[in-house]
Design a binder for this molecule. Structure first.
Ligand code: ADP
Ligand code: MG
Length: 300
């Protein structure tokens, strides 16, 4: 027997490196008329590297001590920034103490007990919510130069006191700009960038990827990504969300169709998404949207 068009489209998508979980999903892919992409791990390669280790004035830590402390707290995390920190410590052969009572907050960072002290590693403005305006301003001056270059600044606090800043640099995927352009053409609108990262790093990356400046939403918590998707859907749009992180899972679930990055994606994103990019290429997304449209023409 000849295969029904949607099933052969699923087989075809598989050959292009995309696992589409059902015929319903294969059909829905072709309906999308808006696209929202996550930044870290989706538009970027997701293998960021530590570019700077900076103990803060007044802290007793040197670079090695700061990096080892951050790596200890980040060790249990599966976030790409955490892997960058742990890898940097490993490359320098630093002894990394063990961590206890680990917790992580998507879009914020991690917290753990290291050598009897509370260590937090994460987004500077998110960790500094309780600090004075003067301290926040001082921190903003320290992190701005990194963020303007598109790097992500990560704050390290010990017992609630800032002890250092790490800068982490990620690269745009080589096929990001081509994919953004293709998805723009297929959906009829410029794709939206949804990120938990800071506005400066987001703007830098968006311009490299060809995303319009007014289509960038930065500093988002997981539920803010959901809100952004719901707002588009309230306008009658069928939104395709592409993401990789635990922080993207709610938006992947809320979207008309969700696609997760498979290679480095979190388990939760892979389970929540309707389709998974198995081969690590973003250009496969416009390909499967086109496959869906072709199959739908045969079905209808
Ligand atoms: P994105 O939406 O771009 O994938 P996330 O929502 O995962 O980004 O993270 C947003 C921000 O939260 C990061 O840029 C970082 O500042 C902070 N953050 C989240 N998890 C961690 C972590 N494990 N270590 C350090 N910082 C983190
Ligand atoms: Mg991500």
């Amino acid at each position: 027997a000849t295969m029904p068009p949607l099933l052969s489209a699923i087989a075809n998508a598989g050959r292009h490196g995309v696992l589409v979980k059902s015929a319903v999903v294969m059909e829905r892919l072709g309906q999308v008329d808006a696209v929202a992409l996550d930044k870290t791990g989706t538009l970027t390669e997701g293998t960021p590297r530590v570019s700077e280790v900076r103990p803060l004035e007044g802290s007793d830590l040197d670079e090695a001590g700061l990096l080892a402390l951050a790596a200890a707290a980040e060790h249990p995390s599966e976030h790409p920034l955490a892997r960058a920190v742990v890898d940097a410590a490993r490359e320098r052969h630093l002894p990394v103490p063990s961590a206890h009572h680990f917790t992580s907050t998507p879009g914020v960072g991690v917290k753990a007990t290291v050598e009897g002290r509370t260590v937090e590693v994460g987004a500077p403005d998110r960790l500094l919510t309780g600090s004075t305006a003067k301290d926040a301003e001082r921190m903003a001056r320290i992190v701005a130069p990194y963020e303007e270059r598109g790097h992500t600044a990560v704050l390290v606090q010990r017992d609630g006191i800032p002890v250092g800043v790490l800068a982490v640099a990620d690269r745009l995927r080589p096929d990001a700009a081509a994919t953004v352009a293709a998805l723009g053409t297929l959906s009829g609108t410029s794709p939206l960038l949804l990120t938990g990262d800071n506005p400066r790093a987001a703007a830098h990356l968006a311009s490299e990827a060809g995303i319009e400046a007014d289509h960038v939403r930065a500093g988002l918590l997981p539920e803010d990504k959901v809100d952004a998707v719901r707002r588009l859907e309230a306008d009658g749009r069928k939104v395709l969300v592409i993401g990789d992180g635990v922080n993207d899972a709610p938006a992947l679930a809320a979207a008309h169709t969700g696609i997760a990055m498979g290679r480095a994606g979190s388990d939760l994103a892979l389970e929540t998404a309707d389709a998974v990019i198995v081969r690590d290429e973003l250009t496969t997304v416009p390909t499967v949207v086109a496959l869906s449209r072709a199959a739908r023409r045969l079905v209808i």
